[in-house]
Design a protein around this ligand. Sequence first.
Ligand code: CU
Length: 289
Amino acid sequence: MYTRKNQRNLTSDQRTRFVKAVLEVKRLGRYDKYVSLHSRYFAADGESGLRVAHMAPTFFPWHRHFLIVFERELQLIDPGVSIPYWDWTRDSSASSKLWADDFMGGNGRSSDGQVMTGPFAYRNGGWPIVFGVTEERYLTRNLGRPDRPLKLPSAAELTGALAIATYDTAPWNSSPHTQGFRNRIEGWTVSDKAGGYLHNRVHQWVGGHMIGASSPNDPVFWLHHAFIDLIWVRWQRQHRTSRYLPDRPLGAKDPQHGRVISSNEPMPPFGVKPSAVFDHRHYYQYEEN
Ligand SMILES: [Cu+2]
């Protein structure tokens, strides 16, 4: 059992150790398989076949397991490291210490979006982009998207989404017909003006590589998804009688049959059932402050 901390409370030694472990996983050539795996499982509603990582109820359990696997990789390098979380309702500006030179590094420059400072700047040598849809070898960001400014979700917006007692609903995708907590947090329904787009809005706010299927190219991906994971924990705490849905396989006549994973069906590529990760306390705890 280990602890995931709010990134704002890390000591400078903890910040340095996290960064060092991430850079070492990259140097060993093991990082990019996480980028390609995330990309491979970024199936959309319109595609055929199974949806696992996104636009599906397994959004939470799939990412939980994905983070655990990556965290184990970090812990092979330094057993004292865990993934910190970024509470973007509090650390909501580009001047947050999250973006300092000893941690995630800064914004992209305006000409080409290239991140010029910090451990993940291409020019500092440790972070070539290998897997991605663009040609650029350098990490890019566009914090706050100044051309069409965007705000990170507020605490009130998060509270509103947490109040939804139903985990997920048919048709279990990203359409506005899918009501419920999962789609509201993942962020396909309810515009940002109406307090929605929560998880997706954070990807958009960071910009650059954080937008799209190969978003783990930016290490802030892990900190964002650790907070998404903590949000699931908070929802479970707040709604004791609610549970993951669907809790049994969809019938053969259901249009989503074969496309959505219920509680006790294995999630590719891990072969882990959502139910195996419902309780995060089997793995880690959160220090919430
Ligand atoms: Cu995400």
